[in-house]
Every structure is written in C-alpha cells, then in structure tokens.
Design a protein. Structure first.
Length: 171
C-alpha cells in the first residue's frame, strides 16, 4: 500500500468481483479517448474480459489500483512466448477522476517488478498516443524510451492518429 497525494493506493491482482469497477474505469471518456482498446460496447468484448478475470495462466495478468475499496485503475500485462519470451507488453488505464494522483505510477511499478523481477522479462513494451504527454512522461520516469512512430495506427474521434512505440530494455 502506498500513500500519494493524500490517497492510500493498494495495487493487487484483479479478481472477477472487480468487474463492475473495471467496467466503470474502461468506459470513462478519458480512458476511451486515450487507449487503443475497443469500447466495451463491442459485441462479446465484456464477456471475454470476464472470462479473462476468472482464468489463470493465460499469458497475461491484470493488476488494479484500489482506493477506498474501489478499483480506480488497471494495467494489463501480456507475456510473449517463443522467440519473444523475454518480452512483456502493457496497457494501462486510470479512471478520469483519479488521473495524476499516483495510481498510474503504482501500477507501472508493480507491473515492472512482476515482469522483470519475478518472471525475468528483459523488455517491456507499449503503445501510447503521441499527444498523450502525461502518459509519455510517466513512462519516461520508468526508463521507457520512444523507439518509433506508427503513423495512423489508431482511430480516435473520427480520425486516424499516430502512436509511439516505447520500451524499457534491461539487457
């Protein structure tokens, strides 16, 4: 547990009973705007997420940031296999009402610790919209570097937008 900005933030693995709070996080306007995830209204998408929350050993983990018994952020860590078994990919979302209060920092820290320390991953990678400066700044604090730009990679608010590929490499 960590206190930041007056909030007590706990980071833990997601559980099936978190689905209501996760639905709220994933449908926040700012979260929808700044992620590449399909909106949860897409056919069968929410059912797939519920199955993932209930499953184990599927090559990914979902971590949550909790404040006062409420899930306010999440990070999904996906583990590659085969020739890329040294790699983890992450995607993070924080509820609009809890942006810039330490939840994202706690989630990224927990994901890095788990992927590198416990699983021996040597590369953690992500995509971020090129105009999402707060997220880019957060990732840089954890030694992620911009490796490239993907032009027209995402579709947001009726137009194609660019994303950065960022990675943290510990080799």
């Amino acid at each position: 547990m960590s206190a930041h900005g007056g909030l007590d933030i706990a980071v833990r693995r997601a559980k099936p009973e978190d689905h209501g709070d996760l639905m709220e996080v994933w449908t926040c306007p700012g979260v929808v705007r700044n992620t590449l995830r399909l909106p949860l209204g897409a056919p069968d998408l929410w059912d797939r997420w519920k199955r993932l929350l209930a499953a184990t050993d599927l090559g990914s983990d979902i971590w949550v940031a909790q404040v006062d018994c409420r899930v306010v952020g999440t990070i999904v860590v996906t583990y590659e296999s085969g020739l890329r078994s040294h790699v983890a990919r992450v995607g993070i979302e924080v509820h609009d009402d809890y942006q810039n209060k330490g939840e994202g920092r706690q989630l990224v820290s927990a994901a890095i610790d788990h992927a590198e320390t416990q699983l021996g991953k040597q590369r953690i990678e992500l995509h971020v919209f090129t105009d999402n400066e707060p997220a880019i700044g957060l990732y840089k604090k954890f030694s992620f570097e911009i490796e490239g730009v993907h032009r027209s990679f995402g579709f947001r608010e009726g137009q194609y937008v660019d994303v950065y590929s960022m990675a943290r490499v510990t080799v």
